[in-house]
Design a binder for this molecule. Structure first.
Ligand SMILES: NC(=O)C1=CN([C@@H]2O[C@H](COP(=O)(O)OP(=O)(O)OC[C@H]3O[C@@H](n4cnc5c(N)ncnc54)[C@H](O)[C@@H]3O)[C@@H](O)[C@H]2O)C=CC1
Ligand SMILES: O=c1[nH]c(=O)c2[nH+]cn([C@@H]3O[C@H](COP(=O)(O)O)[C@@H](O)[C@H]3O)c2[nH]1
Ligand SMILES: [K+]
Length: 401
């Protein structure tokens, strides 16, 4: 039998499968195994988020208020991916989240639990892991309290100034992981506050963290922006006041912007993409969401540097139920990628990823990256970098490299 007949006999080529007018979700399709002649660690996952932004792993955290704020942005960029900080907040607050993520080099740092000397620690220590930094009114560290100090206390209702340790020498937040580890070792510290250029505490790092992080599987090459700091994305809407939001985000150092609509092929989004490209030609702007070639065409013509594909694909997505529009995600990714690649526009397969097999399918179908919401945010309670990091870890991202 000839090659094609043999292949038809043994499953459809994608070009044929996706040209029958039927739309498929990830779970409707499976790829046939073929032949292995390379070791797993020879697989290179590096890719592009958008025209001018490279990533070392194809993973993007979704602009959802339950998923992406500063700590997810720092964790994802450190892993070689990126997070898009959500716009479900005031422009000023969203810009402050970008600034905070940009000020950090080391992902595995706790947001500081900071108290003033006169405060007492009454609550259980757990929700203020791993240490408390005591600061003066200018937020300069004057002492630290380790969990063990606090647990030994008979009466907890005393001001921390009565039993805190004197503040160890602070670690500059711009230090990377190895520099911090060396600093703690030299100074024989088991914990230290991290401070920004103004000496203000921005985090706490412990020797325990250093040991834990060393145990992580190999981390990807961190994603860095043109400013050499961690790569950070943010989303905007398509209203008039989103132009001001965009301005504040650019001032805060954002590296890429996602115009965030459930149906991106609208006069409003096209307007916003053109405005953003004209005002900030250096900034990559990703349009979406789209699921058809016609929608993609419009946004690429408007200047989009990337496309976000998915309608009704999100695990909590209600578009298909509410608006009766959408498309099976496997078909949407295949169709839009097949068109976008001819225009050098990378595609983000957005939503519906609940296992690493979905990630592989999205990439094989032509997406350059996958965007995840619930898969990264675990049970949607990812307040701190540890939870995000653990979610990344358990979510199979480490599986990918
Ligand atoms: N991936 C998906 O399938 C879905 C994603 N989402 C997410 O929910 C959030 C909100 O999405 P949307 O509701 O689409 O927000 P949206 O603000 O883009 O659109 C809401 C409505 O306002 C209209 N609109 C937008 N800009 C306008 C303007 N300048 N003037 C007049 N009317 C305007 C739109 O046409 C639409 O009818 C986003 O984060 C999106 O990612 C929501 C639904 C589905
Ligand atoms: O209909 C919706 N209403 C929403 O409020 C909403 N929030 C997020 N999304 C979309 O779902 C994607 C994340 O999907 P997963 O959790 O499956 O990764 C996200 O990337 C979005 O595309 C929404 N869809
Ligand atoms: K859904």
């Amino acid at each position: 039998m000839k090659g094609l007949e043999l292949e038809l006999e043994d499953g459809f080529p994608a070009s044929r499968l996706f040209s029958q007018g039927v739309s498929y979700t990830y779970d409707d399709v499976i790829m046939l195994p073929h032949y292995i002649d390379f070791p797993a660690d020879a697989v290179d996952l590096s890719t592009r988020l958008s025209r001018r932004i490279p990533l070392s792993i194809p993973c993007v955290a979704s602009p959802m208020d339950t998923v992406s704020e500063s700590s997810m942005a720092v964790a994802m960029a450190s892993l070689g991916g990126v997070a898009i900080i959500h716009c479900n907040s005031s422009p000023a607050f969203q810009a402050s989240l970008v600034r905070s993520a940009k000020s950090r080099r080391t992902p595995f740092v706790h947001g500081p639990s900071v108290l003033s000397g006169s405060d007492a620690i009454i609550r259980t220590f757990d929700d203020i892991l791993p240490a408390v930094v005591v600061t003066d009114p200018e937020k300069v560290p004057i002492g630290v309290v380790a969990r063990s100090d606090w647990e030994r206390l008979e009466n907890k209702d005393v001001p921390v100034s009565a039993y805190m340790r004197s503040a160890p020498p602070p670690v500059p937040a711009k230090y990377d992981f190895e520099e911090i580890a060396a600093f703690l070792a030299e100074e024989k510290l088991d914990l230290a506050p991290l401070v920004d250029e103004d000496g203000e505490v921005v985090g706490v790092i412990t020797m325990e963290d250093i040991e834990r992080i060393r145990g992580f599987p190999k981390l990807g090459k961190p994603s860095l922006g043109r400013d050499g700091r961690l790569l950070v994305g943010a989303s905007i809407g398509t209203r008039e006041n989103d132009k001001e939001r965009l301005e504040q985000l650019v001032k805060a150092g954002v590296d890429v912007v996602v115009v965030d609509s459930s149906q991106g092929n609208s006069v409003y989004q096209i307007e916003m993409i053109k405005h953003a490209k004209k005002s900030f030609p250096e900034l990559d702007v990703i349009g979406g969401n789209v699921v058809t070639i016609a929608q993609a065409q419009n946004l690429i013509q408007a200047g989009a540097d990337g496309l976000r594909v998915g309608m009704g694909s999100g695990s909590i997505c209600t578009t298909q139920e509410v608006c009766a529009v959408g498309r099976g995600q496997a078909t949407a990714v295949y169709k839009v990628s097949s068109y976008a690649k001819d225009h050098d526009v990378p595609v983000i397969a957005d939503g519906g990823i609940s296992n690493s097999g979905h990630i592989v399918k999205a990439l094989v179908l032509g997406a350059s990256t996958v965007m995840m919401g619930s898969f990264l945010a675990g049970s949607h309670e990812a307040p701190g970098v540890y939870e995000n990091q653990v979610c990344c870890e358990t979510s199979g991202i480490h599986f990918l490299f």
